[in-house]
Design a protein around this ligand. Structure first.
Ligand code: ADP
Ligand code: MG
Length: 327
């Protein structure tokens, strides 16, 4: 009997149906790296069939842990392919080539993490609120269909050139009730996810914690404890009182945030998951409820590109990926 999870095995028709048998090298041109992670890299490319710009996430499954990687790939692709939501990155196609999966998606200009990195001063509170509102819509959808994202952070929140925010990176998603494994990126992890290693379970509210941490990241450019190694950070998240949005900037100036923003972050970052805002309650919170997200985000992208254009050569090279549609 063939092991159905043998890396690259397409005997199972449900798995085979996820992949096109065509050669992606023939279809996509002009690949340029725009991001990378543990699995490989993400590229900007031109789809010469549709004339559309796309993003291609290449995930290799050769070598050590090939079976786990293959299982993760099948899960991520299968899930992304099923989902259609305005605030979740759109699936286009998927291929296998030489022990590598090519996951083709709609192209986004960059992540919220890229945007805050470009600006040397904090982005404006209405811009943070706009990103939050749209990302929360994507998150609310996942929670409604009983999934936990488990890796909510600014690097997994993407912005399109049309001013739409998309939740991305569904590689860590799980069925919501209840989840048990230790998954995510340490600094954004909820205390109960860290503690789930030896007790209990967690649910969708772990994403709300990570979302609160993401708010701090958007405001302060890094999540709390980022200067520590991951083991110390995990220890502090589990042991300390919840982190707060700082009232003083790194420069010593008073932070420009309103009481509404402080209260929103506080209510996402309760150590007891029961005490956190629900996803719906987040969307109804005055911090995000009234924003005209699309206009604000279009302007944020415009002003970010303006800053990138003025960077010196070295810095420009790093951030050039935000400019591909304009070059
Ligand atoms: P990982 O699982 O390694 O975190 P991601 O799916 O988050 O992989 O992709 C890594 C990075 O690649 C993202 O943080 C983002 O900068 C970039 N990226 C991913 N998908 C896209 C996309 N559709 N459009 C533009 N950039 C993307
Ligand atoms: Mg990611």
């Amino acid at each position: 009997v063939q092991n159905p999870l043998k890396p690259g095995n397409l005997k199972d028709p449900a798995i085979a149906a996820l992949f096109s048998s065509k050669d992606p090298e023939q279809r996509y041109n002009d690949l340029r790296e725009i991001g990378h992670g543990s699995f490989g890299a993400v590229y900007f490319a031109l789809d010469n069939e549709s004339g559309e710009n796309v993003a291609i996430k290449k995930m290799s499954f050769s070598g050590k842990q090939a079976a786990e990687r293959w299982a993760d790939i099948v899960k991520e692709v299968g899930f992304l392919k099923k989902i259609r939501h305005q605030h979740i990155v759109e699936y286009r196609a998927c291929f296998l080539k030489e022990q590598t999966c090519w996951l083709v998606m709609e192209y986004c200009v960059g992540s919220a993490a890229d945007i805050v990195e470009v600006h040397k001063t904090p982005i404006f509170e209405p811009e943070i609120a706009a990103i939050c509102q749209q990302a929360l819509n994507g998150l609310a959808y996942l929670h409604e269909i009983n999934r936990i994202h488990r890796d909510v952070k600014a690097g997994n929140i993407l912005l399109t050139d049309c001013g739409i925010v998309k939740l991305a990176d569904l590689g860590s998603i799980s069925a919501a009730c209840p989840a048990q494994s230790f998954v995510g990126t340490p600094y954004w992890m909820a205390p109960e996810v860290i503690l789930a290693m030896d007790e209990g379970h967690y649910d969708y509210r772990a994403d709300i914690w990570s979302f609160g941490i993401t708010c701090i990241e958007l405001a302060e450019r890094k999540p709390p404890f980022f200067n520590m190694n991951t083991m110390s950070a995990l220890y502090h998240i589990a042991q300390n009182d919840p982190p707060k949005l700082q009232s003083t900037l790194a420069t010593g100036e008073t932070a420009p945030w309103t009481e509404t923003f402080y209260s929103f972050v506080d209510q996402c970052l309760r150590k007891d998951p029961e005490q956190r805002l629900s996803t719906r309650a987040c969307l109804n919170h005055p911090f995000v409820a009234g924003t005209h997200a699309k206009t604000v985000i279009l302007e944020l992208i415009r002003r970010t590109k303006r800053v990138v254009r003025e960077l010196d050569n070295f810095q420009y090279k790093k951030m050039r990926k935000l400019m591909y549609l304009d070059e």
